[in-house]
Design a protein around this ligand. Structure first.
Ligand code: PBG
Length: 322
């Protein structure tokens, strides 16, 4: 006698009945880039199908999300003004704060997450405050991150997601939110965020590439899995409500180990490079379009509860119509 696994693969019905993991539009978080200006729906060359939107046209994005059944978004702001300390980031009238308030008005049920970081706002493109040698100062940066998080909470976000990789940032932001009266604003830790080449297209999209050097003194070394668990543990202890692994597909081992070790929901961020790689390969006919769902279901199988993906709208729509 031998194992006949094919019995349960015989037809689509039994395959569906035995499928261990399902994708749903409710799993998706859609990242949105919001830029200053008016009447803007500007294609991002490095990310085909992704746009920079101005605040006045966000209604169109919300309509597309509604059509796809996607109920959560992650916002990134692209300001006009950059300086050494990224002051546009916590401006109550900043582009991302206005976007948050606008989405809250147009779509009260939308779950709004705000990316808290400084690299889109600093003239040097690093994720914090620099010393004279160009090193990002950890503890000095924390106060700025807190101001950003509180300004997002005032603008109406449900959750803040600090992506700066400063030590102690979750604890600092939790205290700042609580003190300002936002005890119910949740925190998603970008806990295991690796210093990855896969962020390349995003940095074009958000105009956030570092002007010199790299991010290796704050983001993690791709070689380190055990250290990733240490980072996740620290964020949980500091008060994170959810944690993230980023990028996603090259780091499935971290998702798996982390989600088995800790009782907290995990998010996986399928980043810009993963998106553009698949998108381009499909456009060129090198890969079939099915690789998109395959890439997403792999993240869920590995332990991600949430999938942050630029494919959210197209896959959400396909799933809804199936
Ligand atoms: C900001 C930030 C980055 C991404 C999310 N937040 C870029 C970076 O760390 O350089 C990358 C997202 C993507 O590639 O889709 N720190």
């Amino acid at each position: 006698m031998f194992y006949r696994g094919r019995r349960l693969r015989k037809n689509p019905v039994i395959r569906q009945l035995t499928r261990e993991t399902q994708l749903s539009p409710l799993d998706f978080v859609y990242p949105i880039f919001v830029a200053e200006g008016e009447n803007l729906c500007q294609p991002i060359p490095s990310m085909p199908g992704v746009f920079r939107w101005s605040v006045d046209r966000l209604g169109e994005v919300l309509a597309r999300m509604e059509k796809a059944g996607v109920k959560a978004c992650l916002l990134f702001g692209i300001p006009d003004h950059k300086d050494e300390i990224g002051s546009a980031a916590w401006d109550e009238n900043g582009v991302v704060q206005r976007a948050m308030a606008q989405i809250r008005r147009l779509s009260p049920e939308m779950y709004i997450i705000g990316d808290v970081c400084m690299c889109e706002y600093t003239s040097h493109g690093h994720c914090g405050i620099l010393d004279e040698t160009g090193y990002v100062k950890n503890d000095e940066t924390l106060g700025y991150l807190c101001r950003i998080a509180v300004s997002y909470a005032r603008a109406g976000v449900d959750m803040v997601a600090p992506s700066d990789m400063m030590d102690g940032h979750i604890q600092a932001i939790r205290s700042a939110l609580d003190e300002a009266g936002f005890v119910n604003t949740a925190i998603l830790g970008y806990s295991a965020k690796f210093a990855s080449g896969f962020y390349g297209p995003f940095r074009d999209a958000a105009d956030s590439a570092p002007a010199f050097g790299d991010r290796k003194a704050y983001q993690m070394d791709p070689a380190n899995g055990r250290e990733a668990l240490r980072e996740i543990e620290a964020d949980i202890q500091e008060g994170a409500d959810m944690v993230m692994v980023k990028p996603a597909m090259p780091y499935l081992d971290i998702l798996k180990a982390g989600s088995e070790a800790y009782n907290i929901p995990f998010a996986a961020y399928q980043v810009s490079g993963e998106y553009s790689m698949l998108k381009k390969a499909i456009e060129e006919g090198l890969l079939p379009p099915t690789v998109v769902e395959e890439s997403l279901i792999a993240l869920k199988r590995a332990g991600a509860r949430w999938l942050i993906t630029y494919f959210a709208l197209e896959v959400g729509e396909a799933l809804k119509n199936r």
